[in-house]
Design a binder for this molecule. Sequence first.
Ligand code: 6GU
Length: 248
Amino acid sequence: MRVDILTLFPDMLVSPLEHSILKRAREAGLLDVRAVDIRDFTTDRHRQADDHAYGGGPGMVMKPEPIFAAVEALAAEAPPPDRVVLFTPRGRRFDQEVASELARDHRIVLICGRYEGVDERVHRYLATDHLSIGDYVLTGGELAALVVVDAVARLLPGVLGKEESALSESFSEPLLEYPQYTRPPDFRGCCVPDILLSGNHGAVEQWRRGQSLQETLRLRPDLFARHRLTLQDQKLLGLVPPRKKRRK
Ligand code: 6GU
């Protein structure tokens, strides 16, 4: 998948892409992320990419011309982008479902706005999608773009190893992950649950499922409400009484 990220601060994007799984994905040719400096598409001597807002008010607004020019230059390369995403607090909330949608694309262009704003014509006539990563205000879209690239990259075929991708299955359901432990079995008196040391794989699976359900119910009742409980889930939560032994 190819991702072009348009920004006034290309250096902000470098380090997060140079570590761990994203680094490996890029080296394997599964992910091609490029930072594009919007300023390179200005035509004036001062390379001016923002200007005062018409009508007054504080802060600068990102000018439309260099952003349009950058997207048009990129769109001339094949394959054409599947979408042009503008990061804005006004956008659709990014979540796992949006990540899965984006992961099906071959090529996307991401535009990072600075928080004071982007000329409305970019919103209306250039962007095909508008995304926000949550209800808080960032200084710009760069961190949001990195969040999206990270969440999308791990869904691309081959990016996660076999063991890691098994973990990703559980996220296709809106449930929180179960608690994980590693050695030592006793750390400052806090012990790993016996069941995990038992070697009984079936019992471990059930315990994990029960923990996922309980923790989701306790910490994220909103997520829990979206989850369809199986009969097995209801039993693990103690919602179904155990079947009475039939009397002979
Ligand atoms: Cl995409 N941009 C800005 N400036 N703030 C945000 C955001 C985006 N998502 C959440 N807050």
